[in-house]
Every structure is written in structure tokens, then in C-alpha cells.
Design a binder for this molecule. Sequence first.
Ligand code: MN
Ligand code: MN
Length: 308
Amino acid sequence: MFAHNKRLQYTVRVSETNPGLANLMLEQFGGPQGELAAACRYFTQALSEDDPGRKDMLFDIATEELSHLEVIGNIVVMLNKGAKGRLAEGVEEEAEIYRSITGAGNDSHLTQVLYGGGAPLVNSAGVPWSAAYIDTIGEPTADLRSNIAAEARAKIVYERLINLTSDPGVKEALGFLMTREIAHQKSFEKALYAISPNFPPGKAAGDPRFASVYYNLSRGPGEERGPWNQGEKWDFVSDPDEQLNVDGKGGDATVELGSEESAVVAQMAVRTASAQTGDPLTGAELGMGPGGTDAEKVAAAKEPPPSA
Ligand code: MN
Ligand code: MN
């Protein structure tokens, strides 16, 4: 079960109304790297997890992400609160309110006019939150890697948000949220390496003929090598002839069809066969008028008639 605590996980002290900044903060409320996406990602993984340690961790982190959602949501509504009051009560000249929600790069008209200064589940561009943000596949060696990457992205978005606000209270709360994503990334890394072996993800081993091959497939100057394709662990293949038909069975595609399927495929081939001789007249040529493709005659046909 869930219970709500009336105190936030981290204090939110906003120093002044700033609807434009509130709008940017929505990225971590209803955006792809945001807290709702994180909470739903770990909650759904926890439900189906059988390992007791990982299950417990996933529920703990999912619950913390919901607590982060509450913190970032409060930052949004505090930044909007003054503007919301002004708009709702209509206490100013229309032009003055208009300027306050749209002026000076303050792109907050959507959140103000449509959402009334609340905390809508949209990203900073107004795109509605989507479950498609969650890429869980139900295999811990794949999901933990995805979780690590998700925490890394969330950390980067917080870092960018911190860099664009001078409000010390907002900076501080964002710093906490950013730091917790670092801690989550560390837990997911440990949980991944607590599974041994964890690579390649899943159970099936790769084909050893291809598992350590690097195909050098881009032609042109400026070839750079690095540990991702050089050294004892890599077979670096540059010869174009060795990059195709790598299994040696011909490199073509075939399918075995029954006699009924073969017959209709042949029938379609006859119906759609292209003639390789002759020169059929087309609509494009008819449209060119007298002269057809003869450039001089076409030009003559377009000449205005001589005046009488
Ligand atoms: Mn979080
Ligand atoms: Mn997190």
C-alpha cells in the first residue's frame, strides 16, 4: 500500500514568481526523463521481479521517485503561484498579464491559460506524458542497464535546469534531486553486477564467429581507432569482401513455397512484368503538347501567336 506523508522529502523554497522557469521544470515532471516516468518504470519492474533483493530495491526507488515527483511538482506550482493568482483574479490590465506570462522569453502561456498555473503531466514543450517513455523488457540484465541510462539522463536534465536558474532555493532542491539520481545509478550498477554473469544480457550466448568482430563500414578519410575496435579482443574487418556474405552461404534471401503459393507468385510476376523494349507514350509526354520531347518544337509551341 501507499501512504502520503504531509512533509516533502526535501524542502522547497522559491524566492519569486517565475512562470517561464516553472515551464522548464515540467521537463522533470511530465517529460521522458522525468520523475513520473522513473516511478512507473521501477514500480512496474518491481511488480514482476522475483528476486527478493531487487524487488525490494525497485519498490524503494519507485516510491522515492514519486516523492521526487512531489518535490518537482511543488517547485512548478510555487513558481506559478503568483501568476496564477493574477490571471485567475484578473486584477491587472490585460496587456500587463499577457506580458507577464509571455514576455522576455517566458514561454508559459500553455501552462497558464490551459492548465491554470498547475502542474500538468506534460513536458516543457507541452507534450503529454506517455507510457511509451518506459522501455522495460522484463529481463533484469537488460532492464538494469536501461535504468542506469535513465538515471544518467535524469541527472543531466537536472544539471541543465540547475544551470539556468539563479533562484537559490530552486537550485538547492534541484541539486538534491540530481544527487539522488546519482545514488540510484550506483544502486542499479551494483544490482547489475550482483548478477553473474550479466553479459551478454539474457541467457543465449552470441555466435562466437561474430561476437568480437568490428566491421569498419564507413569509407573515406579520417579513420580513428580506439579500444572499441582495436587490440587482442577485436577482429577488425575492413575488406569489403569480408563484410558481406559473412556466413559464406551466398548472402542471398530465399524461401521455400508450396506449389499453390509458387503458382500465385508466378502469376503476379507475369501480370507485373516490365517490357524492356518499345517506348510507351506517357501522360507526361502528352502534357508537353505538340512536339513531345523535342525541345525546339516545345519552345515554338509556347511562342505567343504573331500579332495581326
Ligand atoms: Mn528522481
Ligand atoms: Mn532516480
